[in-house]
Unconditional design. Structure first.
Length: 375
């Protein structure tokens, strides 16, 4: 289970860099000079691509055992993991954040429907802006659940095939082929279903396939030459740092941030499996536990610390490093509270309902059998 800790640490790091990317302008004492923040954290958006690949990896890994959950249990756990916090955050954003007073936007966001059929791969974001990625996640979970229902042994091949068919087939129907998520074709009609169709044809979904391939490589890997894998991991990290420094990560997508994220995920997980001395610091594991809350809550913290004309804010006088540290500290405190007050209880409720469903079904069969035998 050490790989789960490694993945948790990577999730925490990914969430932290997404937050630093959005907080990067706080490093500038003058907002018209964004050079410092962009230089340090301008590539932090890569955390989204890494999140998608981690999701692909962990879903394959946790379903590796045939004695694991069935399709309904799998989907229920995923829904209780994602939906409650997102729904509460969406309602809170609707009432607390500016520019979110449309009931049409509210119901779409609660249903994880993108707000607009333009600007791929974001598609108008959501009432709670970071939620735009969750639609991709939920689509992936549904596809993987379908693959599990068809065949456990071939679940990865089936899920990958469905995603590839959906993306490439959707692009063929919409009249264009591209691996660039920013140029993905759009459905040509004016209805809320258009953005869903456009999103299912967006190549951002291919990043889940890359994550699944990493998991398959990890599960099948047998070599013990950790020094070669360590060199591979170090090379992948140097490669990414070089891209980061030269601001050439390339945006979202498999041909942008996705490719270095794939090499990092693959090399580090394989190195972790072969190395006896691989150690994951506990603070990074704890950070990974909070990663989902960190990701969804940082918009509220940004709003709290961002001055607007005619309004008074908590930290209107803070600038530079002091502001950044105050925002990060507030984000971690808020995320800790959300994790313990919403995330964990929701997951416990989900597990309890799954256990109850497993318990009721055999009982119902037993009662029916006894009734049948006494008739």
């Amino acid at each position: 289970m050490k790989v789960v800790q490694s993945i948790q640490a990577m999730r925490g790091i990914a969430a932290l860099f997404v937050v630093l990317y959005h907080y990067r302008s706080s490093l500038n004492k003058h907002y018209e000079d964004p050079a410092l923040g962009d230089t340090l954290f301008g590539a932090g958006y890569f955390g989204v691509d890494l999140f998608f690949m981690i999701s692909g990896f962990i879903i394959v890994y946790v379903t590796a055992a045939r004695t694991g959950d069935g399709t309904l249990s799998f989907l229920a756990k995923r829904l209780f993991r994602v939906v409650p916090l997102a729904a509460i955050g969406t309602v809170a954003a609707f009432f607390l954040l500016p520019g979110t007073d449309s009931l049409n936007y509210l119901w779409k966001s609660l249903a994880f429907i993108p707000l607009k059929n333009n600007d791929p791969p974001f598609f108008g974001y959501s009432v709670l802006q970071p939620e735009w990625t969750l639609t991709y996640e939920l689509i992936f979970y549904c596809i993987f659940g379908l693959a599990l229902a068809i065949s456990h042994k071939y679940r990865v091949a089936i899920a990958a095939g469905v995603i590839l068919t959906m993306v490439l087939g959707g692009q063929a129907l919409l009249g264009d082929f591209t691996l660039n998520p920013y140029r993905s074709p759009l459905a040509p009609w004016d209805h809320w279903t258009a953005q869903l169709v456009s999103l299912t044809a967006n190549p951002m979904l291919l990043e889940f396939v890359f994550g699944m391939l990493c998991a398959e490589a990890y599960l099948r890997f047998r070599s013990s030459k950790s020094y070669l894998l360590g060199l591979f991991a170090a090379t992948a990290l140097v490669y990414f740092v070089n891209l980061w420094i030269h601001k050439s990560v390339g945006g979202h997508g498999v041909l942008g941030a996705g490719l270095p994220c794939f090499f990092i995920l693959l090399s580090l997980t394989l190195f972790e499996k072969s190395s006896k001395s691989f150690y994951v610091p506990q603070p990074l594991i704890k950070l990974g536990d909070l990663s989902y809350s960190i990701y969804l809550s940082h918009s509220f913290v940004w709003e709290l610390f961002t001055p607007r004309a005619g309004e008074q804010h908590l930290a209107i006088e803070l600038v530079g490093l002091e502001k950044l540290l105050a925002m990060l500290g507030t984000t971690l405190i808020l995320s800790w509270a959300l994790y313990h007050c919403i995330e964990l209880p929701a997951m416990r409720i989900g597990r309890a309902l799954i256990r109850a469903a497993h318990f009721v079904k055999p009982s119902a069969v037993l009662i029916w059998t006894k009734t049948k035998s006494t008739a």
